[in-house]
Design a protein around this ligand. Structure first.
Ligand SMILES: C[S@@+](CC[C@H](N)C(=O)[O-])C[C@H]1O[C@@H](n2cnc3c(N)ncnc32)[C@H](O)[C@@H]1O
Length: 224
């Protein structure tokens, strides 16, 4: 999904660094910065990078730190990837990165399981717009990849919009699971989650209506 070039791509919560290494391989950024809190894993990653991506030919840094300690540098062309952590952590990290550099516009690529509605609400509140979004199904688990930028053209929707293809049974399954997840949550907090469910139902109605009008893979009407 990444639209290069970037000066710097941050592989946040990188674990073994697979994602960042594939980015180094593809040359989509001048430098890749790997960040994770796990000391032993970061030491092993450093050894592997020295071996496979010699610093004479590749530009990378390894930082053993909490994402919440990162001060976003005042550079124009940066992408922060936050993948494989839950929505609450993703939200904490987005808020902390944005608070560290309110004047710096950096892009975000997020990929978490469940709770994407709240993640998207925070992105919208921080002034982010949509570059691209995708529903990903891997080993029977669903993820939303949300690629956002303050300079993007399209508005971001809390339910997602562009990514939904109602002709695809996998997407309909994801919609059912997502609404099922929020129905469970509504048992404890009716006020908050009933509204979320309503938004997903409105989205489904729009997708179904668009499908009736045009039986090809569809998009609901775009509006600000
Ligand atoms: C499941 S792995 C995700 C790996 C990779 N990003 C992916 O998508 O496959 C989650 C990683 O987040 C790291 N992590 C959790 N909290 C963190 C924090 N506050 N700051 C930095 N790393 C953190 C953990 O150490 C762990 O390596």
């Amino acid at each position: 999904m990444i639209q290069p070039p970037y000066q710097t791509i941050w592989d946040c919560c990188c674990d073994h660094g697979q994602l960042g290494m594939s980015l180094l391989n593809d040359g989509v950024a001048d430098q890749v910065i790997f960040v994770d809190v796990l000391e032993n894993i970061m030491a092993k990653l450093t050894d592997r990078l020295i071996e496979d991506f010699p610093p004479a030919h590749y530009s990378w840094q390894v930082r053993c730190d909490d994402i919440k300690n990162i001060q976003v540098p005042a550079e124009d062309s940066q992408l922060f990837i936050i993948a494989g952590v839950g929505p609450d952590q993703s939200i904490e990290f987005i808020k902390s990165l944005c608070a560290s550099a309110p004047e710096t516009a950096f892009d975000l690529l997020l990929c978490s399981v469940h709770g994407n509605y709240a993640v998207r609400e925070v992105l919208i509140a921080q002034g982010y717009r949509l570059k691209e979004e995708r529903i990903i199904c891997d080993k029977n688990r669903f993820y939303e990849a949300i690629y956002a930028s303050k300079k993007a053209d399209q508005p971001l929707r809390a339910t997602g919009q562009q990514m939904w293809d109602w002709t695809d049974p996998v997407h309909r399954d994801y919609w059912q699971r997502t609404v099922g997840h929020y129905r469970q949550k509504a048992k404890k907090n009716q006020l908050r989650y009933q509204l979320v469910i309503q938004h997903y139902e409105t989205l489904r109605d729009a997708l179904q209506a668009a499908l009736k009008d045009n039986p090809e893979p569809n998009q609901p009407p775009q509006s600000e």
